[in-house]
Design a protein around this ligand. Structure first.
Ligand code: NDP
Length: 282
């Protein structure tokens, strides 16, 4: 029977470990602070921001929320980021994406100091990951490595196929699997014979944003399947990029949706905040 990789449990373990670490730092008089900026009132972003605040409160990290109106100018947002970059009390800065269309997302990301870039989206963080230097790693792929390691799944020497090449999931995922000595193939919308390539995978990571796209024809017997997608199906139930029921009997291990990759993202964000504080103080 397939192992159901329990992201809820693993993320809770990580948060408890961080909570203990933060308590120890507090005893030494060291506080950690995350600044979270939201521009506009996109309902999904509001939920994500609220969840981040709740996680901070649980772990003992101070969260400073900045809810800016939709009509905020790019200059105003950049000025706030500059102010937070210079504030020694703030260890991590996060701008909840997406931001309104009248702002240049890349410019805003680049304005955040790489020392406080807890989302790992700054070009310097991305470059550091590519050349194996210390830096912040995008939270969702970092969480997937934790899921694999903490479930006892070996990456070294395995055929890893990542489907999706976005800057926040697919590309950093591929770099991290490579860092763990996997043999990595990255697929995208122009890949030919996708089924065939996916069937080579010992570890298949799906991040394309298409509900229940991957059925058993994409999966090798005994593979490990990591499903990053999050969608609502025709019955309004949460589902992933993978058709779970069709592949579960064929695989060695699989992440469910919900309760797989999803909860890991915030846990790794919290981890990056603690790391930011430790690096800044050292
Ligand atoms: P993007 O839309 O940025 O990227 C999708 C990628 O999938 C692109 O590289 C695209 O290829 C590729 N793709 C699309 N259709 C196909 C296809 N038919 N065959 C092969 N490749 C295809 O998505 P994200 O990476 O931001 O997110 C992917 C999914 O993960 C979404 O469902 C999102 O909601 C979810 N997600 C979940 C998170 C979590 O915490 N669990 C966090 C982030 C995302 P091309 O480059 O050629 O266009």
């Amino acid at each position: 029977m397939a192992i159901r990789i329990d992201g809820k449990k693993i993320s809770a373990d990580i948060k408890d470990e961080l909570k203990a670490q933060v308590a120890q730092l507090k005893e030494q008089g060291r506080d950690i602070c995350l600044a979270v900026i939201q521009v506009g009132d996109d309902p999904a972003s509001t939920v994500y921001v609220r969840n981040k605040k709740t996680a901070c409160a649980y772990i003992g990290i101070e969260s400073r929320a900045f809810a800016l109106p939709e009509e905020t100018t790019e200059e105003e947002l950049l000025a706030l980021i500059d102010q937070l970059n210079k504030d020694d009390h703030v260890h991590g800065i996060l701008v909840q994406l997406p931001i309104p269309d009248h702002m240049d997302e890349q410019k805003v990301i680049r304005a955040i100091s790489p020392k406080k870039d807890v989302d790992g989206f700054h070009p310097q963080s991305v470059g550091a990951l590519s050349i194996g230097e210390p830096g912040f790693v995008s939270c969702t792929p970092a969480g997937i490595i934790q899921l694999l390691k903490r479930t006892g799944i070996e990456i070294e020497g395995q055929e890893c196929v990542v489907v999706g090449r976005s800057n926040i999931v697919g590309k950093p995922m591929a770099m991290l699997l490579l860092r763990e000595n996997g043999t990595v193939t990255v697929c995208h919308s122009r890949t030919r014979n996708l089924e065939e390539v996916c069937r080579r995978a010992d570890i298949l990571v799906t991040a394309i944003g298409k509900p229940k796209f991957f059925d058993d024809t994409y999966v090798k017997e005994g593979a490990v399947v990591i499903d990053v997608g999050i969608h609502r199906d025709e019955n309004n139930k949460l589902c992933g990029d993978v058709d779970y029921d069709k592949v579960v009997d064929k695989v060695r291990a699989i992440t469910p949706v919900p309760g797989g990759v999803g909860p890991m993202t915030i846990a790794m964000l919290m981890n990056n905040c603690v790391e930011a504080a430790l690096r800044m103080d050292s």
